[in-house]
Write a protein that binds this ligand. Structure first.
Ligand code: AP5
Length: 224
């Protein structure tokens, strides 16, 4: 199974990708997580990426394409992968096409998770992330058992710098200008599937697993 999660910041791509990865036992590859890890470890890539990420703008294509090229070459990607947050520009999508061609594989589907801006802003403003294991919570919708503490590893929960209001607005604008054109890119290639991301975590997961088992998504049912 080779999937891409597309969709605006905070729509729930990472939440769903983690659940799918656990259900099907295939790697979840998030460029955002890889970059945050590089920032925390103060590697060369991390030092370069930090200022872009804090502002809510995109890290240069060359850097993220390098990360993905290296990651997809690992053995665990032979049985499939879930890409989350990559590609984010047409240039990245074209580079991915070349990488997959060289691997002799094709994408199964590109899942475009959609929700109105108001829902996205509420989700991002309430998100808390574990500093140790990266697990994601929401203060209202996915609360930890103990406030400020990760259920899984006991790590400290923090608010990402780019989840503050100015950075959220910038990320939504960057998404509309640079990433939304990928909807047409994958529609033209017959890979795009639309998911209603405004529903609960379980309901969104039901739509995704349903489509992977050959069913129509909620939007596709509405469209007939
Ligand atoms: P990245 O980490 O990829 O950020 P993003 O795309 O903005 O996505 P998010 O992680 O913010 O949101 P998500 O959709 O995964 O939502 P989540 O599941 O967490 O990238 C960060 C930065 O890195 C970028 O700005 C850029 O600088 C750089 N970068 C990364 N990739 C790059 C690339 N390819 N090229 C260039 N630069 C790149 O959910 C959000 C919240 O909602 C959580 O609190 C969650 O608990 C809650 N929630 C989730 N689903 C639901 C639901 N159904 N109902 C209620 N609450 C929900």
């Amino acid at each position: 199974m080779r999937l891409i999660f597309l969709g605006p910041p905070g729509v729930g791509k990472g939440t769903q990708a983690v659940k799918l990865s656990q259900k099907y036992g295939i790697p979840h590859i998030s460029t955002g997580d890889a970059l945050r890890e590089a920032v925390a470890r103060k590697t060369e890539i991390g030092l370069k990426a930090k200022s872009y990420m804090d502002k809510g703008t995109l890290v240069p294509d060359k850097v993220v394409i390098g990360i993905i090229r290296e990651r997809l070459a690992r053995d665990d990607c032979r049985s499939g992968f879930i890409l989350d947050g990559f590609p984010r520009t047409v240039k990245q999508a074209e580079a991915l096409d070349e990488i997959l061609k060289a691997m002799g594989v094709e994408l199964d589907a590109v899942l475009n998770v959609e929700a109105p801006d108001g829902v996205i802003i509420e989700r991002l403003s309430g998100r808390r992330t574990c500093r140790s294991c990266g697990r994601v919570y929401h203060i209202i919708y996915v609360p930890p058992k103990r406030e400020g503490v990760c259920d899984v590893c006991g790590g400290e929960l923090y608010q990402r710098d780019d989840d503050k209001p100015e950075a959220i607005a910038r990320r939504l604008q960057v998404y509309k200008e640079q990433t939304a054109p990928l909807i047409e890119y994958y529609e033209d290639r017959g890979k795009l599937r639309r998911i209603d991301g405004s529903k609960s975590v379980d309901d969104v997961f039901r739509q995704i697993t349903g489509l992977l088992e050959g069913e129509k998504t909620d939007y596709e049912k509405e469209e007939g």
